[in-house]
Design a protein around this ligand. Structure first.
Ligand SMILES: C[S@@+](CC[C@H](N)C(=O)[O-])C[C@H]1O[C@@H](n2cnc3c(N)ncnc32)[C@H](O)[C@@H]1O
Length: 356
């Protein structure tokens, strides 16, 4: 892979395409099958030889085939049992023995440990034939999700499972495009990037361009032929905070009259600068709703992004809800890219979590 931010892709040669007899057996006619050519550069670049590539939405096994052709191991998960069987048969015809399990993260784990997650997400609003599947296959099928927020939430749960299994430093690359739905653009790719951004560190995007004939468009018509997708490149990595800015912010909090106890890695690092660099500052707060509200508004006004388990949060927040989620994260990045990350929890919770 070179430094260009786009890849111009040509269709696969016939011997690598989904065979016609397998396509004919698919309830959806294989319309959502990707290209081996789309996956190979990412396998080569982001998985070392011998590493294993995992696709949590493996469909017809295209990613797994690309991985095997590049000398990497592969494994996949697919919710639809009939599709999983088509993937196995396709791989078998290429002499590839890669495990394809039926199910979905986070309930069903990846069949094997892996070093790279590479996938094409199932698109929202896809006209998947509802009657074709068994009740089991329908239950987790993202193509059948009716509500966009619920769809994004389920993607978040699935990629949370990817994150838990991915080793530190490993990449998670997901391909998606923005959609036309109900006469409007649904920014699925950008929303997916936001979901992934709450779990991983963003490393960049590549634009995948599919060669297609152009056609004239009436003046003012904004629709395109959507002949591109984004490959969103994320990495599991501890993001470094700016220690000086964090110290300054803690001082500003004290000057604004907020009482808190500092514990965890940041407190250890203050006591001993030779200690491991902390990933955040953990603040323990008294069980006082009014003071907590004041603190959240103060942070909000200083342009901190507040979140609860990766979901954006607007003040106020009731303390029972904070207790359920353990902590609120407050992050701020300045124009030099310096990051401050504060985790806010209640004093009694720190004691409870320490005993778990
Ligand atoms: C875009 S297709 C993947 C096609 C694949 N990249 C290929 O070219 O062979 C997305 C797949 O995700 C599957 N899927 C949908 N919801 C799922 C879930 N919750 N867990 C696992 N797979 C799911 C769909 O059945 C579909 O086969």
């Amino acid at each position: 892979m070179d430094s260009r931010s786009w890849l111009l892709l040509e269709p696969d040669p016939p011997q690598l395409q989904l065979p016609e007899d397998l396509r004919a057996r698919d309830a959806f006619g294989g319309r959502d099958c990707g290209w081996v050519a789309q996956m190979r550069p990412f396998v080569r670049h982001f998985a070392a030889p011998g590493a294993r590539v995992f696709d949590p939405f493996c469909g017809f096994g295209t990613t797994l085939l690309a991985a095997a052709l590049e000398g990497r191991e592969a494994c996949g998960l697919e919710i639809d049992p009939a599709r999983a069987q088509l993937a196995r048969e396709r791989l078998h015809r290429h002499g590839i023995d890669a495990p394809v399990a039926v199910g979905s993260l986070p309930d069903t784990p990846a069949p094997k440990p892996f070093e790279l997650c590479l996938t094409n997400v199932p698109y929202f609003g896809c006209r998947w034939p509802e009657t074709a599947d068994s009740a089991d296959a329908r239950a987790g099928q993202l193509y059948l999700e009716r509500d966009y927020d619920a769809y994004l939430q389920r993607l978040r749960d699935i990629f949370h499972g990817v994150r838990a299994a991915l080793p530190e430093g490993g990449y998670c690359i997901a391909m998606a495009e923005n959609l036309e739905l109900g006469g409007r653009t649904l920014p699925l790719a950008w929303d997916l990037a936001r979901v992934l951004g709450a779990l991983f560190v963003a490393r960049g995007e590549r634009l995948l361009c599919y060669a297609r004939e152009s056609r004239p468009l009436a003046a003012g018509d904004a629709r395109t032929d959507r002949s591109h997708e984004y490959a969103l490149v994320f990495q599991k990595q501890r993001e470094r905070i700016c220690l000086d800015s964090t110290r300054d912010e803690l001082q500003a909090l004290r000057e604004a009259g907020f009482g808190f106890e500092l514990h965890g890695g940041f407190a250890r690092w203050l006591a001993d600068p030779g200690a491991r660099e902390p990933a955040d500052a953990d603040l323990l707060l008294a069980d006082d709703q009014a003071e907590f509200d004041r603190l959240l508004w103060w942070l909000h006004e200083r342009h901190y992004a507040l979140s609860l388990w990766g979901e954006p949060l607007q003040p106020p927040l009731r303390l029972p809800r904070l207790r359920e989620h353990w902590y609120v994260r407050a992050q701020r990045r300045d124009r030099l890219g310096r990051l401050v990350r504060l985790d806010l929890s209640l004093v009694d919770q720190a004691g409870a979590s320490a005993t778990q």
